[in-house]
Design a protein around this ligand. Structure first.
Ligand code: ZDP
Length: 322
């Protein structure tokens, strides 16, 4: 695939021909004709290729190239490519991400923990807090002494049209436990944005979700929610089982990435939804069990912000030939 064909058109929510034809050639990146150095990090198995792009405000990898880099057979393999870009205003840096289908989401939770760890590793910085500019606004990860990362994820967006969804609101302008029929079953959907859209489901046909049963249907069901007409920007979808009022279990079908082992913005969105549905306690840390491991989530009343705490680990570093 010549570089001429790879002109840049990143548009949120639109995929770039991943499934159709997985080209047989290994990925080549024309990053100013020198190899592209990268590091792979993961947060609970949600894995990303991190690129230090602080020398230019333009990502050195196009959405199409990101699709190939994320390919688990012909590329490095990952759920997305994340760029550390120059700061905006009084922030420390800017984050952008391309999903594995080439679409560009506004925010990513596991990804921003990995980005903070990546930058602090490169800069050999002592544990500190970062101000990061994203398409979803200011997000602030803080490196903790125990190696975990706690992130001030800001405030959730609850107005239906801003999530966005066309489902009718049930509590003021918020869509809480609204009916959505998919494949003949009636799901109760609560819609929350963490900068990126989430549809959260705790019950179906009047019965609580059981993760072990739901998990088998996820591959067939996930796309039916992701691309449902009531979600104009597509959506991430979280199915949740309540264990206690401060402990839940989930599986996720991500917009532009499919089934992943973890979704940080999704974990935040489902705790907000659980509180709005009266299933989860506010002002208490809620343990969220994701397929890849646990996250600690708290929706604080004092500042209405959500705080997410979890791991971020280096897997390996390498370079892609020009
Ligand atoms: O909104 C989207 O398109 C998500 N697929 C973005 C990635 C979200 C992520 N998994 C997270 O942890 O929030 C990185």
């Amino acid at each position: 695939m010549s570089s001429q064909m790879l002109n840049r058109q990143a548009v949120s929510g639109r995929a770039f021909g991943r499934a159709a034809c997985r080209s047989r050639s290994s990925v080549r990146v024309m990053a100013s004709a020198k190899p592209l150095t990268f590091s792979k990090y993961q947060g609970l198995g949600n894995d990303f290729i991190l690129v230090d792009n602080r020398h230019s405000s333009e990502p050195v990898v196009t959405p199409e190239q990101a699709v190939k880099i994320c390919d688990r057979n012909f590329g490095v393999g990952g759920d997305g490519v994340i760029f550390a870009l120059p700061p905006v205003g009084d922030t420390d840096l800017t984050m952008r991400i391309f999903n594995s289908d080439g679409s560009e989401p506004e925010m990513c939770g596991n990804g921003i923990r990995c980005l903070a760890k990546f930058v602090s590793d490169i800069d050999k910085a002592a544990p500190r807090k970062y101000k990061i500019h994203t398409l979803a606004g200011l997000i602030q990860p803080e490196m903790l002494a125990d190696g975990q990362v706690r992130v001030d994820m800001g405030t959730p967006i609850l107005e239906g049209p801003k999530v966005p969804t066309t489902l009718a609101p049930t509590q003021g302008s918020t869509v809480v436990q609204q009916d959505l029929v998919v494949e003949g079953k009636t799901y109760k959907v609560t819609c929350v944005s963490m900068g990126n859209p989430h549809a959260v489901i705790y019950s179906c046909d009047g019965k609580p979700i059981k993760i072990d049963d739901l998990d088998k249907e996820l591959a067939a069901l996930g796309p039916k929610f992701e691309r449902n007409a009531v979600f104009p920007a597509r959506t991430n979808t979280e199915f949740v089982e309540v264990i206690s009022r401060s402990h839940v279990r989930m599986v996720v079908w991500e917009r532009g990435a499919g089934r992943t082992l973890a979704c940080g913005t999704g974990a935040c969105a489902l705790v907000v939804a659980g509180i709005l549905e009266g299933r989860v306690d506010r002002d208490k840390v809620c343990r969220v069990d994701l397929p890849g491991g646990p996250l600690q989530i708290e929706w604080r009343q004092s500042d209405n912000h959500i705080y997410m705490t979890g791991p971020a680990e280096l897997v390996f570093s390498g370079s892609l030939q020009a």
